[in-house]
Design a protein around this ligand. Structure first.
Ligand code: UDP
Length: 383
């Protein structure tokens, strides 16, 4: 009888690592507290409208990693999809990320790229050489007017704190362009799974040596009875949150339906500080190859995550970092468990990075077993 591996979490991390180990000859159980696989990228077709709904909010697949792109295409057909986002600021609609059209429309100008560069450089506030927070970074990059209009309100609603308290790195998720390219992402590969993410994850998990255990919370004590555990649940949950809770933002979705095309695009951001939601998503636009008369929309609100809420975004402010360091040190002292994924390593991860890390973690495990060495608690540094 071979070793029995437990994956806690049937999201991308658990499914991808579980599959790799099953293919290498291990017996794998993949467990999840929720009754479905795919974690927060779970999709479900709405029976009334026929629209494929991104149940826990929008997920768009984009990557530069050719191996990861080949991997997802092995399990699902990816349809061409180009993510475009609009934003309503003070009653006017603009294009995101900030590009030449946004700049020209916002300032009522008709600048060419070089003129716009010089204009924005003029707007930009010098600030410290090494920006210490989100606001300083934004002011250096785009100046106060664009920052206040497009970023400040959205960011403070999304993260529930002052932009001066947030790390500068969050802003680097978004480019600023001096041409008319309004593609939200700049990656080589971009697409949407034809049958949704859940169909893809179900296929990844469809292996004779993978057993699913859904709709039940696995305790760390129970997990520890296996030959090795891969834990993609919250890192602090492994320790029963005994040193305190790592902070997350959760999302509330106000679902509504409409006939026809309600907003004309997949995502409309609402950065104004006096509008309570951050964005509205119209799900049928995530599947432009499908035709639907009816429409399903989510008005999205962000708030602090309580103990019974679904965690979405790790906050990673100074106080969380100190607590994280404590849990990471304790995790490193544990044997027989490896932490992975967004919750297990407490990082803001895109889907492609999650898959890359899950493949690498499975490989690290196989190499450790081949050499008879110990499998570490982390294959990335969460700090
Ligand atoms: N952001 C913003 N205004 C926008 C879009 C994004 O201020 O219109 C900021 C906000 O702080 C957000 C971050 O940029 O958390 C990253 O945005 P992204 O669209 O990558 O967020 P996600 O889709 O992952 O929620």
């Amino acid at each position: 009888m071979g070793e029995h591996i437990l994956m806690v979490g049937a999201g991308l991390s658990g499914a991808v690592a579980g599959r790799a180990l099953a293919e290498a000859g291990y017996r794998v159980t993949v467990a999840d507290a929720r009754p479905h696989v795919a974690g927060n990228c779970h999709t479900e077709r709405c029976p009334e409208t026929g629209v494929m709904v991104h149940v826990y909010g929008p997920h768009i697949f984009h990557t530069d990693d050719a191996e990861v792109w080949d991997y997802v295409n092995r399990f699902e057909t990816f349809m061409p999809y180009r993510h475009q986002v609009r934003t309503t600021v003070g009653g006017r609609v603009h294009a995101m990320p900030i590009n030449l059209l946004t700049i020209n429309q916002f300032f009522g100008r008709a600048m060419r790229p070089q003129e716009a560069r010089a204009f924005i450089a003029d707007q930009a506030e010098a600030g410290p050489e090494d920006p210490r927070n989100f606001e300083e970074q934004a002011l250096r990059l785009m100046g106060r007017a664009l920052y206040e209009a497009f970023f400040r309100g959205y960011t403070e609603k999304q993260w529930g704190c002052a932009a001066t308290d947030l790390p500068a790195a969050i802003l680097s998720r978004l480019p600023m362009r001096f041409n008319y390219d309004d593609n939200y992402f700049f990656h080589r590969f971009q697409g949407m799974p034809n049958g949704g993410y859940t169909a893809m994850v179900e296929r990844i998990l469809d292996h004779p040596d993978i057993a699913l255990d859904l709709g039940r919370t696995v305790t760390p004590a129970e997990a520890g009875a296996h030959d090795h555990v891969f834990w993609s649940g919250p890192l602090d949950a492994w320790f029963g949150h005994d040193a305190g809770r790592l902070g997350y933002r959760t999302l509330d979705f106000e679902r509504f339906t409409a006939t026809g095309d309600w907003q004309g695009c997949a995502v409309m951001n609402w950065p104004d500080a006096d509008v309570p939601h951050t964005r509205i998503t119209e799900h049928k636009h995530f599947a432009p190859w499908e035709t639907h008369t009816e429409s399903v929309l989510y008005r999205e609100y962000s708030r602090a995550c309580g103990p019974d809420d679904i965690p979405y975004y790790p906050i990673r402010l100074a106080q969380e970092k100190a607590l994280l360091a404590e849990y990471v040190a304790r995790a490193r002292a544990e044997a027989g468990v490896t932490f992975m994924g967004r919750l297990g390593t407490y990082r803001y991860l895109d889907m492609d990075v999650t898959i890359r890390e899950a493949l690498d973690t499975a490989r690290a495990f196989l190499a450790a077993r081949a050499q008879g060495s110990a499998m570490p608690a982390f294959t990335v540094n969460p700090l």
